[in-house]
Design a protein around this ligand. Structure first.
Ligand code: SF4
Length: 240
């Protein structure tokens, strides 16, 4: 029997974007540096976990933001201070939005693990799961979307489809909705969830390609997080 191969949304997303990005991160072991957006996102994410777990009011939420502040990834101290202030405003608006739109939080940072067959395991951690009045679930992924404030783009649903599949298998409960929750706004993009029966076959195909190290498709280098460090930019497609 072959060794167990693990996939998760981050690996799938990297491989989908550029086969070499997957190789760059997961096989060559390179680390994509934090920037102001990822650092701010991490700080807010930790604070929102506390919000649910500790049932915080606004004062506690702001204290949690301060305690969880991640000060790496900023170009200058001034940029860091500006981002901190932006974060405080986002947290205040999030709290207001939650009060106006109350929901029943079932879990946060919820880990799942599903064996797709004897050799492939799908793992993931879901930002938040809400439980609805009919006892079904809503699977939620937070997005900072700070640069998309006035125009939230249509995102593909793959991430949420994977998470909904994992959470439905973990709890053996129906998932009714999948939702991107944009912290900037705030705004929810809520979609009805219907299981996609081709999803697992597609994920398995991709996992097999990753395991077989099939690298032939390059993404858009100009918008890639790894563009400054990646040595595959000059490689012709299929030439590695
Ligand atoms: S810089 Fe280009 S080749 Fe390198 S990982 Fe990014 S998209 Fe792929």
């Amino acid at each position: 029997m072959k060794e167990l191969f693990e996939i998760n949304y981050s690996k799938i997303n990297a491989y989908n974007f550029c086969h070499y990005l997957y190789k760059f991160i997961y096989l060559d072991g390179n680390y994509v540096k934090h920037n102001w957006k990822t650092s701010l996102g991490i700080s807010i994410h930790k604070c929102l976990v506390d919000y649910a777990n500790k049932k915080l009011e606004l004062k506690g939420l702001l204290e949690s933001f301060e305690e969880n502040w991640n000060n790496s990834g900023f170009d200058t101290p001034q940029q860091m201070m500006e981002c901190y202030e932006i974060g405080v405003e986002l947290i205040k608006k999030f709290y207001e939005f939650e009060k106006k739109n109350p929901s029943n939080i079932f879990s946060v940072d919820d880990f799942f693990e599903v064996f797709l067959d004897d050799e492939i395991v799908l793992k993931g951690t879901v930002d938040r799961v809400d439980i609805l009045d009919d006892d079904s679930l809503e699977v939620i992924d937070y997005k900072l979307a700070i640069e998309e404030k006035n125009c939230i783009p249509h995102r593909n649903e793959l991430q949420l489809m994977i998470y909904a599949f994992g959470i439905s298998k973990k709890y053996l409960k129906k998932v009714s909705y999948i939702t991107y929750y944009y912290i900037t706004g705030p705004k929810k993009q809520r979609m009805e969830y219907n299981e996609d029966f081709s999803l697992i076959d597609n994920l398995k195909d991709m996992a097999i390609k990753m395991r077989n190290m099939e690298f032939y498709k390059r993404g858009k280098c100009e918008i890639c997080l790894a563009k400054e460090f990646c040595r595959y930019r000059e490689v012709k497609n299929g030439d590695i």
